[in-house]
Ligand binder design. Structure first.
Ligand code: SF4
Length: 365
């Protein structure tokens, strides 16, 4: 680490601002104090790479409405169960405490067994995540269709990372000159999408791992590219990421989902920022399956509202600015006082990948 930090200091001749896209990387950076090892002028800002944080409030509100229905078993990944909705302030665990049937899954395929063992109930899987979890949801959709399961439905909210990176670059308050791209997304998608981004935007992108030394090596490589005036994709996570990614996972995504414009919480509608079920699988979407169960019919991803119409976090919460890297968690007046992991006001404090949770855990003052 010291050698890499010294190399970085010797390389940088001017200030540079880099964004690590992934919330897992944010946690590692804050936990190990990597940002404090950087030479003066090299600044890391935190990106929107936390699927729990960017899932639109409208989707979460729909999940809460569904979980209150006696007919429904609502299931999702653990962190999603603790994100407050926008209308009542309830989260899914609160709905469970009030009698709703809410289950935590570690794999979407567990929803199949749940549906088979509860034929008189409707199992709804709230499907969130980036290209890393989309293949498993695609597999669930395929298996549910093949098994002709009539009591399994999806509330899909999968998002795509590269369009979000492009939206940040195109934003009026953009500060990013180089990205550290998430290694696990790269392991699935390879480098092709990032090459397109680099060619369109003239930015430098380095795919990085999650260990401290891998992150420091990624930062050094990115600064080397910037200092050389090169717009390129570099892979500093070669032990995991292949140029072509994982073709089987890509084929699964391609077969089940189509690319759509999608709202991200805090970032507005991102062109090509999401994945919707293809027509062949659309009957699995809960809005098609049992529209009467949604108080307000859940719009398809392509029909989602603009940011201004989207239910927001409480007014004090600056999650949108944090997800764009414009401000830091400690800039929020509620940080550590009215907003804590035990009583979160916004998703970035809930999620194990959220930036506010990272600062609260590792750098509370
Ligand atoms: S500290 Fe809490 S209220 Fe403030 S931005 Fe983070 S999640 Fe929102």
């Amino acid at each position: 680490m010291e050698r890499l930090a010294a190399q970085l200091a010797a390389t940088a001749t001017r200030p540079w601002t880099l964004m690590e896209v992934c919330g897992g990387q944010t946690h590692a950076i804050v936990r190990w104090g990597l940002d404090q090892l950087l030479p003066e002028g090299i600044r890391l800002i935190h990106g929107p790479g936390c699927p729990v944080c960017v899932t639109p409030a409208a989707t979460l509100d729909a999940a809460l409405d569904l979980a209150r229905q006696p007919e429904v078993i609502l299931c999702s990944y653990g962190d999603m169960l603790r994100v407050p909705g926008s209308r009542s302030g309830d989260d899914l665990l609160g709905v469970r405490a009030a009698g709703g049937d809410v289950r935590l899954l570690t794999s979407p395929l567990q929803a199949i067994a749940l549906a088979q063992s509860h034929p008189d109930r409707l199992v709804v899987f709230l499907a969130v995540g980036f290209e890393t979890t989309a293949p498993a949801t695609a597999l669930l959709a395929r298996q549910a269709t093949a098994l002709k399961l009539a009591n399994l439905a999806l509330l899909p909210a999968h998002v795509r990372v590269v369009p979000a990176m492009e939206a940040i670059l195109n934003g009026p308050d953009n500060q990013v000159q180089g990205f550290l791209a998430a290694g696990h997304v790269g392991a699935v998608m390879g480098t092709a999408e990032l090459q397109g981004l680099v060619q369109r935007q003239g930015v430098s992108v380095v795919i990085s791992g999650f260990e401290p030394v891998e992150l420091m090596a990624g930062i050094l490589r990115c600064v080397q590219l910037l200092e050389a005036g090169e717009s390129a994709v570099a892979n500093a996570y070669g032990r995991v990421v292949l140029e072509g990614g994982n073709p089987e996972a890509q084929q699964l995504i391609e077969a089940v989902f189509e690319v759509v414009d999608q709202p991200w919480r805090g970032l507005g509608v991102i062109p090509a920022g999401g994945l919707a079920l293809r027509p062949a699988y659309a009957a699995l979407e809960v809005g098609h399956h049992r529209p009467q169960l949604l108080e307000q019919p859940q719009p398809s991803a392509a029909q989602q509202p603009q940011e201004s119409q989207e239910p927001q976090h409480p007014p004090v919460c600056i999650a949108g600015q944090i997800l764009r890297g414009v401000r830091r968690p400690c800039d929020c007046p509620a940080f550590g006082s009215s907003c804590t992991p035990e009583h979160p006001l916004g998703a970035p404090m809930v999620s194990s990948e959220g930036a506010c949770a990272a600062y609260h855990r590792y750098r509370p003052n």
